[in-house]
Design a protein around this ligand. Structure first.
Ligand code: TPP
Length: 202
């Protein structure tokens, strides 16, 4: 199986395992495979699938977390995407919002565009980079059980966390969606505006 060696987990399994925990959090994903996978589990108005702007899901999550400090924000990032915006880690660390959980699904490849290997396939360690940037909580997990436990711990800690989940390089065969970018954008904005005071899950 391609992807991170030694991992038993697919991203879809990982997402499925924590889907019930997403609750009222503002959830932001990168484009492509992970967006399609989350959507396949059931779209909700508090999910936003960031198209085109590769690398900037964590930056969008940072803005949301700062703008709505009483809401949990969860970002589903990818290794290739984060590698395009490593400086974003330093900005996350600088502002350090307690309500931001930054999950990086590391399949060691650009899966959505053909599976070219990324630098994590040759040893670059994204959790270590996040820690070096100043992110106060970081971890790397390789099993579904460890992933669920790490998500629970991060949400309970109420501390900015970058959680790297090593996953197999598998995804859906197509990324076609009936939900247009604009519809998703307006729905998400309405959700954030009209449910502005939803408490952070504890
Ligand atoms: C600026 C920019 N460069 C390239 C692309 C094309 N692109 C879309 S998804 C993707 C790969 C994303 O890789 P990763 O974050 O590792 O996620 P994965 O596809 O493996 O789930 C690329 C290169 C893009 N959309 N925008």
């Amino acid at each position: 199986m391609s992807g991170a060696p030694g991992t038993a987990m697919t991203r879809l399994e990982a997402l499925e395992a924590i889907y019930p925990r997403l609750g009222d959090a503002a959830v932001v994903t990168i484009m492509g495979a992970v967006a399609a996978e989350l959507q396949s589990l059931g779209h909700r108005p508090n999910f936003f699938y960031l198209q085109h702007a590769m690398g900037l899901a964590s930056s969008l999550g940072l803005g949301l977390a700062l703008a709505q400090p009483n809401r949990q924000v969860i970002v589903f990032d990818g290794d290739g995407s984060l590698l395009m915006n490593l400086g974003g880690l330093t900005t996350l660390a600088r502002y350090r919002p307690a309500n931001l959980l930054h999950v990086v699904f590391d399949n060691e490849s650009l899966l959505s565009v053909g599976g070219f290997p990324t630098a994590t396939s040759t040893g670059s360690d994204l959790a270590a980079m996040a820690a070096a940037a100043g992110v106060p909580r970081t971890a790397t997990v390789r099993t579904r059980e460890a992933f669920v436990a790490a998500v629970d711990a991060a949400l309970a800690a109420r501390t900015l966390t970058t959680l790297v989940a090593k996953v197999q390089a598998v995804g859906p065969s197509a990324f076609v969606t009936a939900l247009s970018l604009l519809e998703n954008r307006f729905q998400f904005q309405r959700y954030l505006t009209h449910a502005a005071d939803v408490p952070v899950p504890r």
